[in-house]
Write a protein that binds this ligand. Structure first.
Ligand code: SAM
Length: 297
């Protein structure tokens, strides 16, 4: 198989390095638990590509057998990703198409693939998504927390002190915060969250799409108590979602203030606010207003 789609071609017209007959890298989402959570197109793509790069070929064997996918597999994980880039580039140049999968969900989302995709796109190869499951989007879709804006921070640091510092940095964020967490650390992370951010409303999505799927919405202290009372609630895979700080809407975040302060030392308020808005995403009007208040003070 060479091409399943002609999309994205315009991106690459200016690139010299890639031959017209080069293959495509398909970034294919696989289930996050329930084996039936995969699209028809994903299965068809995995059946038709010349090679599948999998995070763990043994782990993905079950999926291959379930969907009668007989395509050869090669490992691509965090320890060999860099070394694989040239091999994969050579195969694409030979007109071979490749599917990239991870152990679960969407590759690159707290999973390998970023270095490969960046390198291929820089060279001008076509990289095309075959969308599907991802734990973060599945969790947000059922949490009942604000989804008009949210920020995803992947896995929290392993050490308590670094975790607390991370939470501190988020204390004034207004948007819903989303993290991935493992069973070993979930209780400790929640304790740090409670200590730094207080008793915020949170939602824990555990074992989504699997037999023991559980979604708990409560204040942090109650979730900790629930997990300590029933240790089964500490098992499995977790998405932790934290309600944003609603009161942070009064005034600017410390980050926005810091950016404005340094820009104001060189620029008039209007220009500083314009630049700071681009950097921080805060409305220019709010930044400009803050600058005027500083002048008055
Ligand atoms: N690429 C995946 C995705 O698109 O969601 C994420 C891979 S990351 C290595 C694995 C983490 O995702 C787990 O530790 C957990 O935090 C979260 N996760 C994956 N599957 C999950 C599920 N079924 N229920 C809850 N969280 C899950």
């Amino acid at each position: 198989m060479t091409h399943l789609t002609d999309s994205n071609k315009t991106n690459f017209e200016t690139q010299q390095e890639v031959s017209a007959s080069a293959g495509v890298l398909y970034v294919v989402a696989t289930p996050i638990g329930n084996i039936e959570d995969i699209t028809y197109r994903a299965v068809k793509t995995l059946q038709q590509v010349d090679l599948i790069c999998a995070e763990d070929t043994r782990h993905s064997q079950r999926l291959m057998e379930h969907y009668a996918i007989k395509t050869p597999m090669m490992s691509l994980h965090e320890h060999n990703e860099e070394a694989r880039i040239q091999q994969i580039t050579d195969k694409l140049e030979q007109g071979k198409s490749i599917g990239l999968i991870s152990d679960a969900g969407t590759p690159l989302i707290s999973d390998p693939g970023f270095k490969l995709v960046r390198a291929l796109r820089a060279k001008g190869y076509q990289v095309s998504p075959i969308p599907g499951a991802s734990a973060i989007i599945s969790a947000l879709s059922v949490a009942g927390l604000a989804t008009d804006s949210f920020s995803f921070w992947g896995f929290l640091p392993a050490k308590s002190r670094a975790r607390q510092a991370r939470f501190q940095a988020f204390s004034e964020h207004k948007e819903t915060l989303v993290f991935y967490e493992s069973s070993h650390r979930i209780v400790d992370s929640l304790k740090d969250l409670l200590e730094v951010l207080g008793d915020r409303p949170i939602v824990i999505a555990r074992e989504l799409t699997k037999n023991f799927e559980t979604i708990i919405s409560a204040d942090t202290s109650i979730v900790i108590e629930t997990m300590l009372t029933d240790s089964n609630q500490q098992k499995g895979e977790f998405v932790l979602m934290v309600e944003g700080n609603a009161s942070a809407s009064v005034g600017l975040s410390s980050e926005a203030k810091a950016v404005m302060s340094s820009l104001l030392s060189e620029l008039p308020p209007n220009k500083a606010a314009k630049l700071a808005a681009q950097i921080t995403g805060v409305k220019k009007k709010e930044l400009y207003q803050w600058a005027l208040e500083q002048k008055d003070n």
